[in-house]
Design a protein around this ligand. Structure first.
Ligand code: UD1
Ligand code: UDP
Length: 388
């Protein structure tokens, strides 16, 4: 079979890492990078750290307001799908690249597989929530991380094509963590020898609201340990625009490569973040997490006692720094066994997928014939309007 995998943002590079190799061993895969993330440290670094095949196609859409960004992706992806003619399109997560991939797949009558389906924060002011809801309702195959995600989809009437596979981010995390420390610079190695906390922050709801960003920064004012803060370019830009200065104990760095990040996650005392991926990685690393959001889609980590929400409350962040959350006694396998990619591959090769591919080909062929018949009877009027 021929697969077209779409990625564009940092977490998607991590999510594609294992599956891409497995797909290429047995099938054909075209990897399309939308270019949503493009700085070396936000993109190329992940391909080299994780040994991901170089994308066959890079659309180079770059940054722009969401509507324009998605529109550019739609144009480029439509062309790529027409040219590559894949049997199945695979998207992951909840970014604008995910949304564009899902729309193009269905517009061009291709079966759509969505990795990490069924996640909800129930906050529709988040662009990611819109992207997830739309993608889930368009996908033919929903590759969910756990039973709760399957149940959420069932609650929305999505019951066909749902498969519980675990989390592909765990697959790569367990492979990367041994030896990841070698990726640390001498400065980061020295820092990681002493107790420290780790911070990441990039969500629009925190960065694009001056009051919230200022309140979060103020929470770190009296940090009792060094706080290592690899800064997302969006956040760096907003801190500058708002004239906010980081407290002295917060050590800002450029965004880190995946291996360095994993090494630091494993060594941190507490991880403060608003990232979906980092919340789960904190759990994989068995390090308590403090989530700087009012909601999370990873409620299972909160229920297990390994994650707490502080929102943008200065007091709650300061309290978590002063009195770090303890490690709970139990650590259930919430995200599967580290073999999610193999399970996803089995679904992608199953008779269910083969039937979806057959049915989609039949529909395209019938529509293609109808369209060519229609074209033969159409002439274009001088005004440009199509007339018969
Ligand atoms: C996107 C995803 C978010 C995900 C995050 C992962 C959407 C709606 N959001 O957010 O779900 O958690 O990626 O990191 O898709 N920029 C650069 N260089 C880059 C990339 C971005 O400077 O390589 C700057 C630009 O100023 C850009 C801003 O960051 O405008 C935001 O980038 P964008 O990709 O739109 O959203 P993210 O915040 O990265
Ligand atoms: N990450 C990284 N370097 C950093 C920050 C994050 O390698 O400086 C990795 C992180 O370990 C995880 C992924 O990027 O694997 C998560 O991406 P991000 O937090 O940008 O997005 P989200 O998961 O919130 O969509």
């Amino acid at each position: 079979m021929k697969f077209l995998s779409i990625v564009g943002a940092r977490p998607e590079f991590v999510q594609v890492a294992v599956l891409s190799h497995e797909l290429r061993e047995r099938h054909e895969e075209t990897l399309v990078h939308t270019g949503q993330h493009y700085d070396d440290r936000m993109s190329e670094q992940f391909f080299s750290d994780l040994g991901i095949p170089q994308p066959e196609i890079n659309l180079g859409v770059g940054s722009s307001p969401a509507g324009e960004q998605v529109a550019r992706m739609l144009v480029g992806l439509s062309e790529a799908v027409r040219r590559e003619d894949p049997d199945v399109i695979v998207v992951r997560g909840d970014t604008n690249s995910t949304l564009a991939g899902a729309l193009v797949a269905k517009q061009l009558l291709r079966p759509l597989a969505h990795i990490e389906a069924g996640m909800r924060s129930y906050d529709r002011t988040m662009p990611e929530e819109i992207n997830r809801v739309v993608t889930d309702h368009l996908a033919d195959l929903q590759l969910v991380t756990d039973d709760a995600a399957r149940d959420r989809l069932a609650g929305e009437g999505i019951v066909r094509g749902v498969h519980v596979c675990g989390d592909v981010m765990l697959d790569i995390f367990v492979r990367a963590r041994t030896g990841a420390a070698a990726a640390l610079t001498p400065e980061l190695q020295a820092l990681a020898c002493e107790p420290f906390d780790l911070l990441t922050l990039h969500r629009a709801e925190n960065t694009d609201d001056r009051e919230r960003l200022a309140a979060i920064v103020a929470g770190f004012e009296r940090a009792p340990r060094p706080v290592l803060f690899p800064v997302h370019p969006r956040t760096r830009a907003r801190l500058g625009e708002y004239g906010l200065t980081l407290p002295s104990n917060v050590r800002a760095t450029e965004p880190l490569g995946y291996l360095a990040m994993v090494a630091l996650e494993c060594a941190a005392k507490t991880i403060f973040t608003d990232s979906g991926g980092v919340q789960r990685e904190a759990y994989f690393a068995e390090v308590p997490c403090v989530t700087l959001r009012d909601t999370t889609e990873w409620t299972n980590t909160v229920e297990a006692g390994w994650n707490r929400l502080t929102g943008a409350s200065t007091a709650a962040i300061a309290a978590a720094l002063a009195d770090p959350p303890a490690r709970p006694a139990t650590h259930p396998p919430l995200f599967g066994d580290g073999r999610a990619a193999a399970k996803i591959l089995a679904v992608l090769e199953s008779p269910e997928t083969v039937e979806l591919v057959r049915a989609a080909r039949e529909t395209r062929s019938a529509r293609g014939q109808a369209a060519s018949t229609a074209r033969a009877t159409e002439t274009r009027g001088e005004s440009g309007a199509v007339t018969r």
